[in-house]
Design a protein around this ligand. Sequence first.
Ligand code: SF4
Ligand code: ZN
Length: 529
Amino acid sequence: MSRLRSAMDKGKRVGLQIVETVKPKRKKSKTAVKEEETNASPSSTYHSFHDPADVLLLRSQLLNWYDKDKRELPWRTLALTESDLNIRTYAVWVSEIMLQQTQVATVIDYYNRWMKRWPTVQDLATATLEEVNQMWAGLGYYSRGRRLHEGAQKVVSELKGQMPCTVDSLLKQLPGVGRYTAAAIGSIALGQVTGAVDGNVIRVLCRLRAIGADSTSPAVTEALWSLANTLVAPERPGDFNQVMMELGARVCTPKAPLCSQCPVRSHCHSYCKVQVKQEKNSKKLLGKPDRKTSALPDIEDCSRSSHSGACLLCPSEPWDHELGVQNFPRKPAKKPPRTERTLTCVVMRPGEEGKAEFLLTQRPNKGLLAGLWEFPSLLLEEKSPEMKQKRALCAEVSRILGTHLTDSLFQYVGEVVHIFSHIHQTYVVHSVCLKGGGAHTQTENAQWLTGCALQEAAVSTGVKKILKLYDAVHGQKEQASKEGKGQKRAGIKNDKRPQTAKKTKLSAASSGGKQLSLSSFFNTVKQES
Ligand code: SF4
Ligand code: ZN
């Protein structure tokens, strides 16, 4: 391991030599820290770190904690052990894109499979978008996978296979790489001395420096980046940024933060504020006079706030005692997700060897779930009667198949709810069973797939939920039909109708198993038919 680490250090040193914008790797003098600090926070020193000794102490406390307590994660191991700068940058880029909006625990398995299949940017560039989508299936926010793929092709075709090697060029050259991602890749893979501010870091910094104004406002955003750039450890910028994120993910959590285990609580204004409040309350309870005898500073010490009320970083709302340190950060009220209803139809035909096959159509290459396959669907403008829905679906499925079907073939199955980050989607599911399968159209955007193949192909979680509902309802009907026949044969009169699907709703998805290429399944289906 020590050999690998030294190889990596060597690689990083090489990386640093070719980085245009990187700052020199030397300890900042106290004056330098002070200068940055003054620039960083023109509004009030209360929201910054104005004592260079504090900055040095905070860095060492955080890095010590990281060295003892950090989680072993595959991308961290690669960043440490991979001596090839290009591969290291690619590996960190993949991890950062996967980690956008997805939990670490979920990403690990996807990351390992991805890196095994496409260990270099050149490998990824040769993949098809369909293979990328299929590998990404279930991870959500599918445009991320598409952008990685686009980026890899760009690196190979326009940059001679060389990953960009500065924060600026990462930002400019790679699609889907914003300010944070460029800084994270630059610091972790290339050793560039830059702070990196993601959601976890926003929370930690806002609490440390009692920044309570809207955390998405330009003033707060700039203050946070400035703070991050001041605090980042020049000797270990990648580790420093990772420890800030790790602290936010494991200790300074959105709810129930573990302040008593926090390595930097002595620097934390919000923690101090809570302590001061508690001290005052206990004194009150004990009937002692409310004099400020505590050594702890109070949050009202922000000079701008108390003198003019003009501080752009102080909270505009009063302190909420019940929230404690969770008063920070403040976010603007979240927009509720918009509600959508989508008509969707499971079109089934008997395939070879009696296996059912399902019709799938491909979504447009842009927008939600771009390029993924789904059952034929139509967005519902409003809640319409079932008959009208059947007519609309009938027309759509007839159009796709280039044939004429009648409404009466379509059966209502039930509803499936699927929550995207910004859409509360309800799929209103119908089904139609076509007789004598082989003759129906198969085009580039409309394909037939067996149920098994569909489970393992590049389809969204919503499609899997719909199929699960269909199977459940279909199974119930078959069972009821068998029982009906059995009772008829036995001469028993049955007044009970088969259980209908009207009330059936499904909100839990099952997925898993090995993901295979959709093309290979289409080929199999083509060969079989
Ligand atoms: Fe976060 Fe608490 Fe640590 Fe402050 S003391 S940084 S609020 S965990
Ligand atoms: Zn203030």
